[in-house]
Design a protein around this ligand. Structure first.
Ligand SMILES: [Zn+2]
Length: 311
């Protein structure tokens, strides 16, 4: 335990409001603020304002309390100058008629986040305007965490409660810049796929993320379509890409087409739900050097094999 210095108390209402403004927490009572000199860390002890307590973490409806959950927990806030800052509060559980027993909503952070909304929003904004290394060093954050933050902010944007007005255009621009810097395979493996998997996991757990997943898929597809390479010339062979009959998800094949294009390998994309007869006909006519037929796990099968690759 470090050397603690108390910096303010909730009894001083004006001081509490100043701390709330500094930390970017809304509808929140700042009970006291302490500074751990050894850790160089500022800890603000808070609670949701009256009327904001005992709300479902998913739908925010008022609910009966269930239990204290896992006790106190912390959310990282934006740094205050050069000082690392965290918000600490109880994290009780409530019983929602729609969502069962869930951790109660807090006013300063999104469900499941380890960061405050202000920090999430700033990281998401930086991710679409700065390089990966700039975001990591400036925010002192791991790149995999950035993906989870973008997922949360995108979900909020689709719920109409976000400050980003044109997220689709912003996401597509960010993906294009990432593709320029890191190329297709790295962008797909380290950014697109983890975020999509997280969105689907959240949808299976809580519902309501399919629109965000479709928005992100659209942005990824738009960015991948702009990766062009060698054109097919008369007499040259190619790689054939198609989704099997009944399969309507092309994104992984689109990523493969773009990755091949970067390597100067032309590929013929035949799209979704290709009947077997049409595939046979294409094979005879195009005589490709190789082919990739896409068929992915359904969400239901993925739920049963949680953790296995979706693509
Ligand atoms: Zn609920």
């Amino acid at each position: 335990m470090g050397c603690w210095e108390r910096l303010g108390t909730g009894n001083d209402v004006r001081t509490g409001r100043v701390w709330a403004r500094l930390l970017g927490v809304d509808k929140t009572v700042v009970e006291r603020v302490e500074f751990d000199e050894d850790a160089g860390e500022l800890v603000a002890h808070v609670r949701p304002a009256r009327g904001e307590r005992r709300r479902c973490g998913v739908c925010r409806r008022r609910c009966p309390g269930y239990d204290p959950g896992e006790g106190r927990r912390r959310w990282r806030s934006l740094d205050l100058g050069v000082v690392w800052a965290v918000v600490e509060a109880d994290a009780p559980r409530v019983r929602c008629v729609s969502h069962g027993v869930v951790v109660a909503a807090v006013t300063w952070a999104r469900l499941g986040a380890g960061h405050t909304r202000f920090l999430d929003d700033q990281v998401a904004w930086l991710a679409v305007t700065c390089s990966k290394s700039a975001v990591m060093e400036l925010m002192r954050i791991a790149w995999r965490t950035v993906g989870a933050i973008i997922t949360r902010v995108a979900s909020d944007a689709m719920a109409g409660v976000d400050r980003f007005a044109d997220l689709r255009r912003t996401l597509a621009g960010a993906l294009r810049r990432h593709l320029d810097e890191h190329r297709v395979v790295t962008t797909w493996d380290r950014l697109c796929r983890p975020v999509l998997v997280e969105l689907i996991r959240r949808h299976l757990d809580h519902g309501g993320c399919i629109d965000a997943e479709h928005l992100l898929s659209w942005a990824i597809s738009s960015a991948l379509h702009q990766v062009t390479g060698a054109a097919r010339t008369a007499g040259s062979r190619t790689t054939l890409l198609a989704c099997a009959a009944g399969e309507r998800h092309t994104l992984a094949l689109e990523a493969l087409r773009a990755a091949l294009a970067e390597q100067g390998v032309p590929a013929q994309m035949l799209g979704v739900d290709l009947p077997t007869e049409a595939l046979t006909s294409a094979l005879l006519r195009l005589r490709p050097d190789s082919m990739q037929i896409g068929r992915w796990r359904s969400c239901e099968r993925w739920r049963a094999a949680r953790g296995a690759p979706l693509w």
